[in-house]
Design a binder for this molecule. Structure first.
Ligand SMILES: [Zn+2]
Length: 442
């Protein structure tokens, strides 16, 4: 079958082959790759670049303005151009920057996160321009270049929109998908539309001590104290609860659940404590929906086997649940780890506000129903962070949804290895974006 691919698929492949890996350290970024990506986009989507007004945001971010017949309900379609690095030791089945097609899918870093969206949005716009379509409302495309490193380009795009007095009616970014194998017991795919996202906050736990020669150790040195703090934190998670959005999700899934649990879930609002316990018991993915989470990520002690550490540090990545605040989480952490452990905030990210449902949500859900009739469209709180959180400053209707079918293995491949996007799924996603733009309200 290879050799007869759709030109749109070849465009996606070309984008994946350019390794636009972002890095927190600007010196570590291959700016040449980002330059090439922008050139590639320009070559692939000539009408888009001719007819939309382009503003460069930061180093390589793009904000494109497509003038519609009206500017009363402007819409922002988002994606990001950067990707996370590849772990060279991970067992990729196919080289991550080759974008090879195997088993009906394009394989490579960024296919799902997030060049599939970049290519599908641009292709949809290009096709509509080719057909002479003028959208009913202003359409803005916002493509950040540093999403994966919590960079500033999305925030700068928001500043630019504020400067121009634009208050979006709808903002749509990556996040949810048409998720197959999403919920135990539910065979239908779930079109999960993120209405809120957890905040990403990082802290460092630090203990200082005397250090010294490993032949004369004292008890309870910095590493032992740090270990106790880590264990304490692991044993004392934040209180769990089910947010209203998740209750709503359960009610929407109820008719599709096995018969015995159907009546229970349709009354999810009345069994919140039970639901909370069920989520906590259903594995890490479900548990993350019910509370603020702590992940101990980095550990550092002495650099040598025969040297006692004079300081020991642990990095903790925290995902703050909507309803919790960073301050409340820090108070919890300080209480749990106790005195003697320094708690330093490295990065502070609050949970996003919860976007209200309404006509903008309905437009997304209706477009889902038209293109994925087998899927159950539902709002949900997503655990990962996206650039769209910055847009909650100027819009009450920020949703996170990529119109691609994905199975569980694909979702696990994001930021990991063997990332791949189905060719058919990609092409259906282009149609979906096109349809969304065609459906914008007068
Ligand atoms: Zn992403």
């Amino acid at each position: 079958m290879s050799g007869s691919t759709d030109p749109a698929v070849e465009k996606l492949q070309a984008l994946v082959r350019i390794p636009t890996v972002s890095d927190r350290d600007p010196a570590g970024v291959d700016t040449d790759a980002f330059d090439r990506l922008l050139e590639e986009l320009r070559a692939q989507f000539p009408l888009l670049h001719e007819q939309l007004e382009l503003t460069r945001i930061g180093s390589h971010g793009l904000l494109l303005h497509w003038f519609g017949r009206s500017a009363t309900h402007p819409v922002v379609l988002m994606a990001h151009l950067d990707v996370v690095p590849v772990d060279e030791s991970a067992p990729w089945q196919h080289p991550p920057f080759s974008a090879e097609i195997h088993d009906g899918a394009v394989w490579g870093r960024g296919t799902l996160d997030d060049k599939g969206c970049v290519a599908a949005i641009c292709e949809a716009v290009e096709r509509l321009l080719e057909a002479g379509h003028r959208p009913a409302q202003d359409v803005w495309l916002s493509f950040g270049c540093d999403e994966e490193v919590f960079g500033t380009s999305a925030e700068a795009a928001v500043d630019e929109l504020v400067r121009r007095g634009v208050r979006p009616w709808l903002v749509l970014d990556e996040g949810g998908a048409v998720a197959h194998e999403a919920f135990p017991g539910v065979t239908a795919p779930v079109a999960a539309i993120g209405v809120a996202e957890k905040g990403a906050t990082s802290i460092e736990l630090r203990v200082e001590g005397r250090g010294g020669h490993a032949s004369t150790p004292a008890r309870n040195g910095p590493t032992a104290q740090l270990a106790k703090a880590i264990v304490a934190l692991d044993r004392s998670p934040m209180p769990a609860r089910v947010p209203d959005t998740t209750v709503d999700l359960m009610r929407r899934l109820a008719p599709h659940l096995p018969r015995p649990v159907r009546p229970l879930m349709s009354r999810a609002d009345r069994i919140k404590p039970l639901l909370t316990r069920a989520l906590l018991a259903a594995g890490p993915e479900a548990a993350a929906m019910a509370r603020t989470t702590f992940a101990i990520t980095t550990l550092q002690g002495s650099p040598a086997l025969n040297v006692i550490a004079s300081s020991a540090t642990a990095g903790v990545n925290i995902r703050v649940m909507p309803g919790d605040t960073v301050e409340a989480v820090l108070a919890h952490v300080r209480k749990v780890v106790g005195d003697g452990i320094e708690v330093r905030v490295v990065e502070r990210g609050e949970a996003s506000p919860v976007s209200r449902l309404g006509p903008a949500y309905d437009l997304v859900a209706e477009t889902v129903a038209a293109h994925f009739p087998d899927a159950i469209a539902t709002p949900y709180v997503q655990t990962g962070a996206t650039d769209s959180r910055h847009f909650t400053r100027i819009c009450d209707h920020v949703y996170r949804f990529a119109p691609f079918r994905m199975d569980a293995a694909q979702r696990h491949a994001v930021h990991s290895y063997d990332e791949h996007l189905g060719v058919e799924a990609f092409l259906a996603g282009i149609d979906w974006y096109q349809s969304l733009i065609e459906r914008l309200p007068q």
